[in-house]
Design a binder for this molecule. Structure first.
Ligand SMILES: C[S@@+](CC[C@H](N)C(=O)[O-])C[C@H]1O[C@@H](n2cnc3c(N)ncnc32)[C@H](O)[C@@H]1O
Length: 423
């Protein structure tokens, strides 16, 4: 193993990241992006269900699975779809045995039987002889490799033709201040071992002057949370780099893949940061990668970029688009009843996107439509229910109304198409 890789491995043996306690599984499931099952169905399977894949379930790989956040979330969501891996299975891979021990402890605490744990490097995937995967998660890992493109190529070598990836890479602008701080710490730390380096670094950070860019960056808090793993990962990492979205687009294209969406979608829409009508029109006319780049430049808060990708040649998969009557909308991590009740009181929603607090307004009648979203009913069935309930709304009007609801809730990553093929 190359010296640089050995240093990264040693760090994750000493400081499994993020710090997690298997006992905590008893009272909460950590969810997030990428690799939420509903997101995979929306951004990779074009709104279809995992159960409708050719083999009848989803075969997923979590590469660089760490202490298990992505693997545990996905395995639990698949297990919730039905007994005996009816929804699918997860293969976990990491080169840190300490991280693997935490992740497998969490799976055990939950009684999950649909994860298999493997120790090793994702760079060896092409020679492992594993069957291809429908979905591959690689969250916060590629930016620690000597050549991230090699890692992405290794992942793609075990991806099915119709499969997709959920990736997270560091964002350059949101991490403003991290790299000068890393260099300052490295200068003073010299050859001190990890725990001594940590002690010195904490002292240096505690005494940083007000103008220091790390201190000024209100979006970064991992080093303030108190745990050593978070501090070490942010400021004492032996190897990491950050990306602008344009660089991510190049990396992804280099592996013959295409991006199907960044999360939350609204944070990557320049319209979220620009109110001037003339500038908004100009921004809307830009090609998609430039729109994403402009959003990143305007926000300044994106410290990570989570996104999905499929093969360039995959014409049927990717993100769900349009509002065909057969599509099945689903709320992500939100009860339709509660959202509908809140919209009944006020059509306005407050939320933060890309570091900016914003207010959104949903169209009249949104509460009645939202109340009917259950992840099983298609748009046609929702429309039919509304009409049966006495709402006189022709399909074209319904579609316009639904599009307006979708524009707000999807921007916030609250509404997806993921129940597939219900008619
Ligand atoms: C920042 S942690 C992210 C963990 C997890 N994916 C998450 O998002 O919570 C990075 C993980 O990648 C693993 N890793 C780094 N390089 C790797 C490689 N070449 N093969 C397998 N795992 C690797 C590390 O051991 C570490 O557990």
């Amino acid at each position: 193993m190359a010296d640089g890789d050995a240093k990264v491995q040693a760090q994750y043996e000493a400081y499994p990241y993020p710090a997690r306690e298997p006992g905590d599984e008893a009272h909460r499931l950590i969810t997030g992006s990428p690799s939420h099952l509903l997101e995979i169905e929306h951004f990779v399977l074009a709104g279809g269900r995992a159960q409708d894949l050719p083999k009848g379930n989803l075969r997923a790989l979590v590469a660089g699975g760490g202490t298990g956040d992505g693997a545990i979330m996905l395995a639990q969501q698949l297990a919730d779809r039905g007994p005996n891996s009816a929804g699918g299975s997860v293969t976990y891979l990491d080169m840190s045995t300490a991280s693997l021990a935490v992740a497998s402890g969490r799976a055990e605490a939950r009684g999950l039987t649909n994860i298999s744990f493997h120790h090793g490097s994702l760079l060896d995937l092409p020679k492992m002889g594993w069957e291809p995967f429908d979905y591959i998660d690689c969250c916060g890992v590629l930016h620690h490799l000597a050549v991230p493109g090699e890692g992405l190529a290794a992942l793609t070598s075990v991806l099915t033709e119709q499969g997709g990836l959920g990736l997270m890479l560091y964002g350059e602008l949101g991490r403003t201040g991290v790299y000068p701080a890393q260099r300052a710490i490295a200068r003073l730390r010299g050859d001190e071992p990890a725990d001594e380096g940590l002690r010195l670094a904490r002292r240096l950070v505690a005494g940083m002057p007000a103008g220091n860019w790390l201190k000024r960056n209100e979006h970064l808090s991992d080093h303030l949370a108190g745990d050593d793993a978070g501090f070490h990962d942010l400021l004492l990492h032996s190897r990491d780099r950050a990306y602008l979205v344009g660089e991510i687009a190049e990396l992804v294209a280099g592996a013959d893949l295409r991006i199907t969406g960044f999360l939350p979608p609204g944070a990557y829409d320049p319209g979220s940061y620009i109110d001037d009508p003339e500038l908004r029109t100009r921004a809307a006319a830009l090609p998609v990668v430039e729109r994403w780049a402009l959003a990143e430049e305007m926000s300044g808060a994106m410290k990570t970029h989570a996104f999905y990708a499929v093969r360039q040649g995959n014409k049927t998969g990717g993100a769900a688009t349009g509002f065909a009557p057969s599509m099945v909308p689903v709320l992500r991590e939100m009860s339709a009843e509660r959202l509908a009740a809140s919209l009944e009181k006020s059509p306005r929603l407050s939320a933060e996107l890309g570091g900016v607090a914003r207010q959104f307004e949903l169209p009249e009648g949104a509460a009645a439509i939202v109340a009917l979203i259950d992840g099983r009913r298609s748009l046609r069935q929702i429309h039919g229910r509304l009409r049966a309930g006495g709402t006189k709304l022709a399909w074209p009007e319904f579609e316009v109304k639904f599009a307006a609801i979708f524009a707000v809730l999807h921007a916030l990553n609250l509404l997806l198409f993921a129940g597939g093929k219900a008619v």
